[in-house]
Design a protein around this ligand. Structure first.
Ligand code: FAD
Ligand code: NAI
Length: 466
């Protein structure tokens, strides 16, 4: 069978690319090696983690915050199997939605492992042992990523686990060790800390979420400590050992002092690595770089003409919405359009509570590049809405060009930051100045007033409520 496009991988990169290709009139097939569509994000990433974050946040609020609001609850308990079942149903329904979208857009799907027979020819090995070969004028590789391992303590999926296993534990652990204070470590650490697990996080660098603006890491750490999470920053993990029931970790701080921790599980969350196993890239004239990513040019085209790659497998921010933008970009480029992605305006969110959300440059990046900037910060504390909601733990930080006032970066920590960051994305896309935002009316009382106030603070320090 000859197609215009074959998409390998059904994650947010692959399925969105397939839909856009079909919308643009291309005969499209998407190949996925797992029986359910949706990739890491829908099956073992964004969706199940957010389902558990939402469930455990409700429990945490009911137990810790309802009394403050004058709501008395008795007999409150976590029904863990039911919480897991709900999460599974959310995943199943969301994955089914992708199947529906494929049918609706007349996209063929094949379940099986895809590999290159040559450029333009793909072999699909199915689980029943049969195989099928398809030809396509263009190929989009969207094979994603997998969890990175510590070389001395490989993930055994029993006691030394990755996010995938941590999303489906049969029981609530008493103690959990987490290696890595990045996004996965803090989101899944929150899930378990909220239901009573003693969570200890060991991080190599001197900050949590170290790639984000450092103010955010400090605020978030303080807040998660209140939840009971313990942090061991600037620690090098030396060994992780386990038996049937327990796991032990040895680490060392910068002064050489030894840290010993024990727990029921050790979640290794030290990043993810590109996945290209079994693709036979060489048969299409392709190679990965030293870190395993597929190199692409500014059109996301690989070294072989007509073969494109998108999403986690090409590096950059490993985010679902970044993969989606790249999927649309490639489809439109192949159709002769002139798409554009502004990578600086792709937001990043940590779905803890309070949430962290960021877009644009961090203060550390601006300092490093000697870019002259000014800062406007505004705390949630004086906000009427934050007081009404009992959510005063928050901060918005705006970084603007010192000379032109153009907004260069926005960093938010607090309730609803994940949704509020969209306004900052619009500001960056339209190259707004802090003055522009400061002069726009923001509904009262809302959390968004903190963004306006931070912009007022950035323009000659004229915040009203501080
Ligand atoms: P993937 O989603 O990894 O999809 C790749 C697909 O390709 C997989 O289904 C795989 O089976 C398939 N495949 C691979 N090789 C072959 C082959 N040879 N033949 C056929 N099929 C193949 N990002 C966010 O933006 N927001 C979040 O809240 C968020 N939460 C996350 C939580 C966790 C726990 C994890 C692990 C990740 C999270 N991410 C989140 C990251 C997000 O999941 C990824 O960035 C995103 O899934 C990348 O999309 P992709 O299409 O590039 O690849
Ligand atoms: P990460 O890159 O966010 O964090 C990994 C952390 O581990 C870093 O802080 C790093 O310094 C630390 N680390 C690395 N090696 C270590 C070692 N040997 N000992 C101790 N610490 C070590 O990666 P993470 O959390 O695994 O997530 C993977 C990817 O998934 C991320 O790129 C992220 O973008 C994506 N993701 C996104 C989410 C979101 O958008 N909300 C949620 C979860 C994952």
């Amino acid at each position: 069978m000859k197609y215009d496009v074959v998409v390998i991988g059904s994650g947010p990169g692959g399925y969105v690319a397939a839909i856009r290709c079909a919308q643009l009139g291309m005969k499209t097939i998407m190949v996925e090696k797992y029986p359910t569509l949706g990739g890491t994000c829908l099956n073992v990433g964004c969706i199940p983690s957010k389902a558990l974050l939402d469930s455990t946040e409700l429990y945490h609020n009911a137990s810790k915050h309802f009394p403050t609001h004058g709501i008395d609850v008795t007999g409150l308990a976590v029904n863990w199997p039911k919480m897991m079942q709900r999460k599974e149903k959310v995943v199943t329904d969301t994955c089914a939605g992708i199947k529906y979208l494929m049918t609706k857009n007349k996209i063929d799907t094949a379940i099986g492992h895809a590999s290159f027979a040559s450029a333009g020819s793909i072999e699909i090995a199915k689980t029943d042992g049969t195989s099928e070969r398809i030809e396509a004028s263009k190929t989009i590789i969207a094979t994603g990523s997998k969890p990175a391992n510590l070389p001395f303590a490989p993930i055994d999926k029993k006691r030394i686990i990755s996010s995938t296993e941590a999303l489906s534990l049969a029981e609530i652990p008493n103690e959990m060790i987490i290696v890595g204070a990045g996004v996965i470590g803090l989101e899944l650490g929150s899930v378990y800390a909220r239901v009573g697990t003693k969570v200890s996080v060991v991080e190599f660098l001197d900050s949590t979420i170290p790639t984000m603006d450092r103010t955010m890491g400090k605020e978030l750490q303080r807040s998660l400590q209140k939840l009971g999470m313990k942090f061991y920053l600037s620690h090098t993990v030396k060994a992780i050992t386990s038996d049937d029931k327990r796991v032990a970790l040895v680490a060392e701080n910068k002064s050489g002092e030894e840290l010993k921790l024990a727990g029921d599980y050790c979640l290794v969350a030290v990043g993810r690595q590109p996945f290209t196993e079994g693709l036979a890239l060489d048969k299409a004239g392709l190679m990965t770089d030293q870190r395993g990513f597929i190199p692409v040019n500014e059109h996301l085209e690989t070294a072989t003409s007509g073969i494109f790659a998108i999403g986690d497998v090409i590096g950059g921010a490993m985010l679902a919405h970044k993969a989606e933008e790249e999927g649309i970009f490639v489809a439109e480029y192949m159709a002769g359009q002139k798409p554009h992605i502004n990578y600086r305006a792709i937001p990043g969110v940590v779905y803890t509570w309070p949430e962290v959300a960021s877009v644009g440059y961090t203060e550390e990046e601006l300092k490093q590049s000697n870019h002259e900037y000014k800062v406007g910060s505004f705390s949630y504390r004086p906000l009427g809405r934050a007081r009404a909601a009992n959510e005063s733990d928050g901060l918005v930080k705006v970084l603007a060009d010192k000379r032109t006032d153009e907004i260069l970066g926005v960093h938010m920590f607090g309730a609803r930051a994940a949704d509020m960051i969209s306004e900052a994305v619009v500001a960056l896309e339209f190259r707004a100045s802090a003055e522009d935002i400061a002069r726009m009316s923001h509904a009262h009382p809302t959390f968004t007033e903190a963004f306006k106030e931070a912009c007022l603070a950035a323009t000659a320090n004229r915040a009203i409520h501080s």
